[in-house]
Design a protein around this ligand. Structure first.
Ligand SMILES: O=c1ccn([C@H]2C[C@H](O)[C@@H](CO)O2)c(=O)[nH]1
Ligand SMILES: [Zn+2]
Length: 186
């Protein structure tokens, strides 16, 4: 995994290359033990930009409108073009279906301001396990990858002790590629 924003490899406190087929178990540290590539690092070991991004996510999480689930989430994204930060929270609805995740709220704000390439995303929620983006958000983020074709993902909890670092290509492998006319087999 590219370690673009991790200062010190020695601070990595967990690196898992769990064999495929291992039963999925929720542990206090992570609900993603079966993933191929992620690292759990100390918050303090991260680049200052990522620390700030995580703090933005913590801040906006307090604005979450989630009277139905009572599960507040904050997300913040970093634009590739000029490293601007856009933060969003989850916004629920009494009919549930139109509910909006924090990640997509942040994306909507950035796109409305003209940004369509994101370098990093930070997501913060309050549960023992790290909260990873849902499938819809993974697909949404996939639309707005940075120039290297990926997005760094940082998951943490409000205590911000440790951070799970991964990237979108790990969360959404073999993602849908929009069809091109000349590649369609008739
Ligand atoms: O990564 C996630 C996971 C869940 N939620 C929201 C959706 C819903 O409002 C609440 C419970 O699923 O959490 C997010 O915003 N982001
Ligand atoms: Zn989502």
């Amino acid at each position: 995994m590219k370690q673009y924003l991790i200062k010190d490899r020695l601070t990595v406190i967990s690196w898992s290359l769990t064999a495929l087929g291992t039963a999925r178990t929720n542990t206090p540290e992570t609900n993603a033990r079966t993933m191929d590539n992620f690292q759990i690092v100390d918050f303090n070991s991260l680049d200052e930009t990522v620390q700030n991004l995580l703090m933005e996510a913590v801040k906006i999480r307090k604005r979450a409108y989630c009277p139905y689930s009572n599960f507040s989430v904050g997300a913040a994204i970093l634009t590739e073009e000029d490293s601007r930060m856009y933060a969003g929270c989850n916004i629920e609805n009494s009919t549930l279906t139109p509910s909006m995740c924090a990640e997509r709220s942040a994306v909507a704000k950035a796109v409305c301001d003209g940004y369509t390439k994101f370098k990093c995303v930070a997501i913060v929620a309050h549960q023992r396990e790290f909260t990873a983006p849902c499938g819809v958000c993974r697909q949404t983020l996939n639309e707005f990858c940075s120039s290297d074709g990926d997005i760094e993902i940082y998951l943490s909890r409000p205590t911000m002790d440790t951070v799970l670092c991964t990237k979108l290509s790990q969360l959404l492998p073999l993602s849908f590629v929009s069809f091109k006319k000349d590649s369609v087999i008739t």
